[in-house]
Design a protein around this ligand. Structure first.
Ligand code: SF4
Length: 269
């Protein structure tokens, strides 16, 4: 389960285990659940397993770490590893030994930047390792906040947890978000609409508002994708067909252009 990723904001993905439970409106159309259920890798949900991935999979980050000089020369940045696309690192059903092994692996791979993204920031304090200190230098800690309610609940938890980089995944965006006006801000926000069957619409105004807030606060901003063409402003605002929109905007799912440009900023690290 470790491979070059098609996700715009990471280079690779790593899943220490597979399996999770829906806990948030953003989980309603969970891609991981669909994939895992289709291939019967494990039973999804509270009664399912958290199935540890193979030893060969666990060796991949060690290999990437050893090839970091080559990666840097080719890509002009450190290799980013998203953990986890088919699980949640802070899931309370996960095996504590496997999670401890994950943090040992992260420490053993200082040439990689690990992007830990969770919908359970309330459990970070409980499950981060004892030697976390001010945050491992190679970990970017992130939480999904798909609407204002989730932002209000989760940002204070992430804000108050030490980390080298803090980021917000505003994806799938299912409502507008107004960031706190003052105080500590995230280093990075990734926005994106929902993709896949039955996806909910993202309003272009929500992406604009978050972009503008990022710009005025010095936060790096990435608009990953609209998720579906009906959410794309070429369709939603300009009245063109999805087919036409696809011809002029084909990044990500549903295109990604916002007001004439792709937003692909990353935090300084
Ligand atoms: S937390 Fe993530 S992986 Fe788990 S059910 Fe929700 S969307 Fe899926």
């Amino acid at each position: 389960m470790a491979e070059a990723s098609k996700i715009e904001w990471t280079d690779s993905t790593f899943n220490p285990w597979i399996g999770c439970t829906k806990i948030s409106p953003g989980c309603d159309r969970c891609y991981a659940e669909r994939l895992v259920t289709r291939y019967r890798w494990t039973l999804w949900g509270p009664h399912g397993d958290r199935k540890r991935t193979s030893a060969a999979n666990w060796r991949k980050p060690i290999q990437w770490n050893s090839q970091a000089t080559v990666f840097q020369a080719e890509h002009s940045h450190r290799q980013r590893v998203f953990c986890a696309s088919l699980a949640d690192v802070f899931d309370n059903k996960a095996d504590p030994t496997t999670r401890a092994d994950l943090f040992e692996l992260i420490k053993a791979t200082p040439n990689l930047d690990w992007l830990l993204l969770t919908k359970r920031p309330q459990l970070m304090a409980r499950f981060l390792p004892k030697d976390w200190g001010n945050g491992y230098p190679n970990v970017w800690l992130g939480s999904t906040m798909e609407d204002q309610e989730r932002y209000d609940q989760r940002w204070p938890l992430l804000r108050d947890t030490p980390a080298a980089i803090r980021f917000i995944s505003y994806e799938p965006a299912i409502g507008p978000i107004v960031l706190d006006a003052g105080g500590t801000q995230p280093d990075w926000i990734i926005s994106g609409g929902e993709s896949g069957p039955g996806s909910r619409l993202m309003q272009p105004a929500w992406a604009r508002a978050v972009r503008d807030q990022c710009q005025s606060r010095g936060i790096a901003f990435m608009h990953k994708q609209w998720g579906n063409y009906p959410s794309n402003p070429i369709v939603a605002e300009d009245g063109k067909s999805a087919k036409d929109a696809k011809l002029s905007d084909h990044d990500g799912k549903g295109g990604a252009i916002l007001d004439g440009r792709l937003w692909r900023e990353f935090p300084r690290h």
